[in-house]
Design a protein around this ligand. Structure first.
Ligand SMILES: NC(=O)c1ccc[n+]([C@@H]2O[C@H](COP(=O)([O-])OP(=O)(O)OC[C@H]3O[C@@H](n4cnc5c(N)ncnc54)[C@H](OP(=O)(O)O)[C@@H]3O)[C@@H](O)[C@H]2O)c1
Length: 272
């Protein structure tokens, strides 16, 4: 496994996304993923599956310290007094004493960012999170957060796949030492039918999804593909035995545009 560095955090390059995985399916997939070699699980308070993620982790028999667990605080808990309670509730559901990474799930302009970041930093200082970071932050918000946060930020988790150009956010992350973690890294499954990626894949004997994930990791990005299927768990992590040529990297990067975004909400920030 390759690790992606982010201001002191060592984030395994491939993690398991768990959005929409619920109940026994979630626990079983987390357990199987860890048995197959995954060492990074991405959950969030709002996914309502932290309990099952914890169950899967314990059922796998993998040592707690060998697994990188990320959770996220939902935006309704950004007042300082709410944030610490929310973090403790996540830990209680996961049955962990600390997460490896705790993120602000989305920016929330209703609460001054410095106050929320101050509370997030205190959660880290209290030992409830080994690292802290943000998600869905734009370049301007990254700049503001880095200046306001008393503790280093380990990452910005944002949507990133071949159809969405994220060069500006990547640059800002690199400038401040944050790792970029790619969510929806296989464009919510749309990558599967991509002819250009499949054609590149034929040369390496890899699937379109594997080409896509390798393209992310080769840019020093951590990717957290989600699947509910055992065979795809294996497929999505089996990307460390080949390397894309520079020409192929360039061809895939050229597929991206500013309007390739799949996740957008009324409360989203003004994207770069
Ligand atoms: N921070 C945020 O705001 C945010 C937002 C969105 C997502 N996330 C995180 O990022 C994770 C991943 O993003 P995502 O769930 O939106 O999308 P994704 O991982 O890009 O795609 C998941 C979809 O692709 C399918 N799939 C998985 N592996 C495949 C493969 N090898 N070939 C073909 N299809 C495949 C899955 O179906 P099957 O289950 O049938 O395999 C599922 O429908 C989430 O689970 C969550 O943890 C974070």
């Amino acid at each position: 496994m390759i690790f992606i560095e982010g201001n002191g955090a060592k984030i395994p390059a491939i993690g398991l996304g768990t959005w929409e995985l619920r109940g026994r399916t979630c626990a079983r997939i987390v357990e199987q993923a860890l048995r197959l070699g995954y060492r990074h699980i991405d959950t969030a308070q709002i996914y309502e599956n932290e309990r099952e993620v914890g169950e899967g982790l314990r059922a796998s028999g993998i040592k707690r310290d060998d697994v990188f667990v990320t959770s996220k605080v939902w935006t309704s808990h950004f007042l300082p007094k709410d944030l610490e309670r929310s973090a403790k509730e996540s830990l209680a559901r996961l049955r962990l004493t600390e997460v490896d990474l705790l993120l602000l799930h989305w920016p929330n302009p209703q609460v001054p960012l410095a106050e929320t970041l101050g509370a997030l930093a205190r959660v880290k200082q209290a030992g409830l999170a080994r690292h802290i970071g943000v998600s869905n932050f734009t370049v301007a918000l990254i700049e503001e957060a880095v200046a306001a946060c008393p503790e280093p930020l380990a990452c910005d988790q944002v949507e990133y796949h071949p159809y969405l150009d994220q060069a500006k956010v990547m640059e800002a992350c690199a400038r401040h030492g944050l790792a970029l973690v790619a969510y929806s890294p296989i464009a919510k499954g749309r990558i599967k039918g991509d002819r250009a990626l499949a054609r590149i894949g034929d040369r390496y004997r890899k699937t379109a999804a594997q080409i896509c994930l390798r393209w992310l990791v080769q840019q020093n990005v951590s990717a957290i593909p989600r699947t509910s299927k055992l065979e795809r768990l294996q497929e999505n992590i089996n990307i460390f035995d080949f390397e894309l040529s520079e020409a192929d990297m360039r061809e895939i990067s050229a597929m991206g545009s500013a309007d390739g975004r799949l996740t957008d909400f009324g409360f989203a920030p003004k994207w770069d």
